[in-house]
Structures are given as C-alpha cells and as structure tokens.
Design a protein around this ligand. Structure first.
Ligand SMILES: Nc1ncnc2c1ncn2[C@@H]1O[C@H](COP(=O)(O)OP(=O)(O)O)[C@@H](O)[C@H]1O
Ligand SMILES: [Mg+2]
Length: 262
C-alpha cells in the first residue's frame, strides 16, 4: 500500500513536456514570436496559455507539436527532443474541420485510417469516445446535421482516437457561444481526467484559463514571452460557481496585473 502511494507520487511528478530557452522568430528574424520560454508540464496536469492576440500562444503549441522548429533552445516530450510531429501529441483547433461527407464516427476513425484499416476494436473505441463526448446517439449523423458545439465534440473524440496522451487545444471552443463553451469546458475537464491526458489549452479568456487549469502561463506580446506562471490550487472537480469565490477573483487579479490590464 505504502509502495503504491509512493510510486503514484513519482508518476504524478513526471514531466512530459519540457522547454528550455525556447525562442522562435519568423521573417528572417524580424518577427520574434516567442522568446526565452522555460517550463515543464507534469503528467496529467492541465496548463492554460492565456494572453492577447499575437503573443505567441499558437506558435508555442506548434513548437510542442513539432509542426515548426525553434530558432533557439529545445523542447522535449516524454524525455525525447521534438523534431517532427509525433503520435503522442495531438492538436485541435477553433474550427472542427470535419469532413462533410463522412458521418461522425467516420470522422472519428480518420486518424486510425491514416495508419491502417480500422479493426472492429478501433470502431468500438471510436463509439466509446463518441459516448464519452456525449454523442453516442449521433454516431451516424453528418456534420451538417450537428450544431457547432456538437461538431467540436466530434473533433474532441477524433483527437482522443489518435491515442495521444498530450492534447494541445488552440482556442477549441472559441467560436462557440458562451453557454455552450462553459458546458464544453466542464465536459473537457471530466474527459481529460478520465483518459488521464496532459492538456495544454490556449485561450484569451482569463476566467476560462483559470477555471480549467492547474497552472496558467500568462503570456505577453512584443516579443511574446511567458511573463508569469500562476499555480491554481482550486479543488477538483470544479463547478462553475467557484468563479464567484474570493480565491478565484484573487487569481484573476494576479493574471490581469501581469497582463498590465489592471
Ligand atoms: N508563419 C509565420 N510567419 C510570420 N509571422 C508569424 C508566423 N506565425 C506567427 N507569426 C507572428 O508571430 C506572432 C505570434 O503569433 P501567434 O503565435 O499566432 O499568436 P497568438 O496565437 O497568441 O495569437 C504574431 O506577431 C504573428 O504575426
Ligand atoms: Mg493563436
């Protein structure tokens, strides 16, 4: 028993993403998108990147995903240097980008089909994931028959179908109305804790960043950098009502101050 607890602690402290002195510039160095990023992300934790438009949030995600290379410094995922896109990291965007001529379950199966002919096990997994995101009854619906929020749920199931344990979400619910977004945020917390994923979530909404995260990386522009890392120790599972607590408002004030918005 004691051993099990001890090894759980070691496991939970494992660092799955580490960045050291990471910088990225574009246009021959004239645009510094990101400068001197240093951080480590613990296994199973939830990190929010918050900051105004153009501060380098998407650039940082693309660097972690291996879609672009740093100009300086290096990034490790699972203790190996990121050199290209990899199977343990998956990324999701603001638009669901579902294929219109495929049903929900056929869309979820896409990442599998890219690698192999889906087995009945793969199909069962896709169905399980659709149930997990609350769309079990819509597996055979086409994207045009689903609301924007439902389409993002399909995209989330597709993301999980990749089997990646590190999820990079770039303003995934940013195009949805506030009610739908709050509901999906709650579900996202339930889902990532169920599948034990490590999540890095980009948003420009301060409350949303805090509500979701174990740590908020506050980013400031020109040049883009992580100005502060704010730990969020609100207990889990979280309910929306935590946002009216004094503790929550104190965190909002801390983030705003760093952004120079107070
Ligand atoms: N491929 C690119 N070529 C040139 N400039 C880029 C490129 N990608 C991003 N940038 C610039 O880098 C900065 C950060 O962009 P981005 O990471 O998209 O910010 P955010 O996601 O926080 O809005 C911006 O000034 C943007 O114009
Ligand atoms: Mg962006």
């Amino acid at each position: 028993m004691t051993n099990a607890v001890a090894s759980d602690l070691v496991e939970s402290a494992e660092q799955v993403v580490a960045a050291q002195g990471v910088a990225k510039s574009f246009s021959g160095g004239s645009v510094i998108a990101l400068q001197d990023a240093n951080f480590t992300v613990k296994q199973g934790s939830f990190v929010s990147l918050v900051g105004p438009s153009g501060c380098g949030k998407s650039t940082l995600l693309r660097l972690i995903a291996g879609l672009i290379e740093p100009t300086q410094g290096h990034i490790e995922v699972h203790q190996t240097q990121v050199k290209r896109a990899r199977q343990d990291v998956a990324m999701m965007f603001q638009r669901a980008t579902l294929l219109e001529w495929r049903t929900a379950i056929e869309n979820v199966l896409l990442p599998t089909e890219i690698r192999r002919t889906p087995s009945s096990e793969d199909k069962n997994r896709a169905m399980e994931l659709l149930n997990l995101v609350g769309l079990g009854d819509f597996a055979f619906s086409f994207p045009a028959q689903l609301s924007g929020g439902m389409q993002q749920r399909v995209a989330l199931a597709r993301l999980l179908q990749t089997g990646a344990d590190i999820l990079l979400l770039d303003e995934p619910f940013g195009a949805l109305d506030e009610f739908t977004r709050e509901k999906l945020n709650l579900e996202l917390l339930r889902i990532v804790s169920e599948v034990k994923a490590t999540t890095i979530f980009v948003t420009h909404n301060i409350s949303e960043a805090i509500f979701l995260a174990d740590e908020v990386y506050v980013m400031t522009p020109r040049p883009g950098q992580i100005a502060k890392i704010v730990p969020v120790n609100l207990q889990r599972p979280r309910e929306l009502s935590v946002q009216t607590s004094a503790e929550f408002n104190e965190l909002v004030a801390q983030v705003r101050e760093t952004l120079g918005a107070l």
